[in-house]
Design a protein around this ligand. Sequence first.
Ligand SMILES: [Fe+2]
Ligand SMILES: [Fe+2]
Length: 321
Amino acid sequence: MSITEHEHTVEDGFGHIDETVLRRIADSWPRRATIRTDLDQIAEPEEYDEQLPDYPERLLPFADHPLYLAATPEQRQRVLTMAWLVYNERVIAAEEYVANPTFAMIMHGAFPGADSVQLKRAVQQTHVDEVWHTYMHMIAMQRTREVRQITGEPAYPHTVTYRRLLEADAQVSERWERDLLKLVWTTVSEISVNAYLELLSRDKTVQPLHALVPRLHARDESAHSSVMVEVAKALYVHMNTEQRRSFVASLPKALHAFVEQDFAVWPGILKAAGFEKADEIVEDCRRQAGTGLLVRDFSGVRRIVREMELEDQVDFDFGTE
Ligand SMILES: [Fe+2]
Ligand SMILES: [Fe+2]
């Protein structure tokens, strides 16, 4: 870190930007990255047990709905299979449409403050990991489609996380505002994706591969969250007042987009599984209190807000945990 940067940091009162964190993470990558250590487990996964569901029923927002419960076991199984597929779609979209373009932007110098060698090593490694994650999830989805002989799968809408980014994007006009939105969405995604992956990573009731892929993925992401906290800090000190305000204002929006239940995806799935009253089922759930969130663990964003000393500025109720 240059002397000027250091002075800047101290003067702005942020948590110290510690190059050693990034260096340590980057140094451990060759030993730690799942692309290196777990390739075989993905290439030759455990056998598929057709008796086991593809996705845990308890995670469906309509798991208790009488019309869902009244369906045949085959219909319910088809819903769970497609639920697993969209679970993966949501991960892949976050990586392919949000995180990876942002990592490329950081590497190409779109944001001031990303010049250090250690930061670049860590970001480039993270980018490599993400491409591998997409591959893992893609392989798992292909296997499911083969084994379950899925036909008539609906076209899924863009995931809710990405739709919210597009909506926010449509409300701004400046290039820097759009870049910043991508940065914030990526920051939130990198520090919150583990909470999403943990919905499945320890589940013993589903296909073993459907817990394994999220579990392996989550291992990389615990390093990514530390990388992203440091990256966000490093870029934030170089932002002007307006940009900082925009960063802080976007954080809770991105978090909400990341944790919310995606009601738009379910009618198509239910219809494809033969439910006649698909819209009614989903509308009932949407109206019901307490069904709006898929992920309830906000610890990642709480951490970055604390580390960046933004507690007084971020408008989000993290609840008490
Ligand atoms: Fe990832
Ligand atoms: Fe990541």
